[in-house]
Design a protein around this ligand. Structure first.
Ligand code: B1M
Length: 212
């Protein structure tokens, strides 16, 4: 039987097969998918982040860790998305222009799905015009913007400005998040809210759409 600590360690060392088998073992053992994510996968990725910052890990290793985490998420995701709940609202989510980080954004999307929202996940490197086209196509209640780089934060403002220019601002709520984002920044660029993590993002979307 695998433990959360072992799972975290497999994420840190980027051991693809071991991450998948440990995830399956924890599921078979009856562990909650949310605990597997928080106590195993995110715990491991947090260590990766700290080591990357301290230059104890480098981009290829971080990428391996990110891939192992995504592989485990693919296993866990159907278990928490299959709640068979009526949709609480539609949320369009994407990582802004120039930004390729998607682990956190996908986690937010997954948590929102598990909370009963319909989620349209646009992916990474989404420019303001693509967000606009997707709003036209999907008519979401909320648009979620994710950015992990200080250099891509300005594209959140550009996206919001374009939504305002095109007269769509009163049709959607806008939520922003990602490691460098703060409530102050969200206020500055005219977002409706900021969430520091996936659980808070779910609460915020519930609050914005008055979902109990
Ligand atoms: Co990048 N990277 N990276 N990276 N990377 C960071 C972000 C960095 C902080 C690392 C560091 O230097 N300490 C740094 C940014 C510095 C800065 O801007 N101030 C950085 C850098 C510099 C870079 C490159 C420029 C490196 C290079 O090439 N020299 C490059 C940029 C590429 C690009 O985007 N154009 C780059 C590349 C990469 C990889 C490709 C190797 C990989 C990404 C793989 C992928 O995502 N598929 C990667 C990774 C993995 C990281 C770190 C280590 C981990 C990010 C992560 O996945 N965290 C990261 C360091 C760190 O954050 N500690 C780092 C786990 C994830 C669960 O957390 O994404 O924060 P997070 O998401 C959270 C919350 O932020 C929030 O909820 C999530 C879940 O709780 N949240 C939202 C996120 N989006 C939200 C949206 C919401 C609400 C909440 O509403 C819509």
């Amino acid at each position: 039987m695998a433990s959360f600590q072992e799972l975290a360690q497999y994420v840190i060392t980027g051991q693809f097969d071991q991450v998948k088998s440990a995830t399956k073992s924890l599921i078979e053992d009856g562990k909650s998918p949310v605990d597997i994510i928080n106590q195993g996968l995110i715990a491991g990725m947090n260590v990766v982040g700290a080591r990357f910052k301290a230059c104890d890990m480098f981009v290829p290793e971080v990428l391996m860790s990110a891939k192992t985490m995504s592989a485990a998420m693919e296993i866990v995701k159907p278990l928490i998305a299959d709640a068979d709940m009526p949709s609480s609202g539609k949320i369009l989510i994407g990582t802004v222009k120039g930004d390729l980080h998607d682990i956190g954004k996908n986690l937010v999307a997954m948590m929102l799905e598990s909370a009963g929202f319909t989620v349209v996940n646009l992916g990474i490197d989404i420019d303001p015009e693509q967000f606009l086209d997707a709003i036209d196509e999907h008519e979401p209640d909320i648009v979620g913007l994710s950015a992990l780089l200080t250099t891509t934060m300005p594209f959140m403002k550009e996206t919001i400005d374009l939504i305002v220019e095109e007269g769509l601002r009163d049709k959607v709520k806008i939520v922003v998040g990602g490691a460098p984002i703060s409530q102050e920044f969200a206020d500055l660029i005219g977002a409706d809210g900021f969430a520091p993590d996936a659980a808070a993002a779910t609460d915020l979307c519930r609050e914005l759409l008055s979902v109990k």
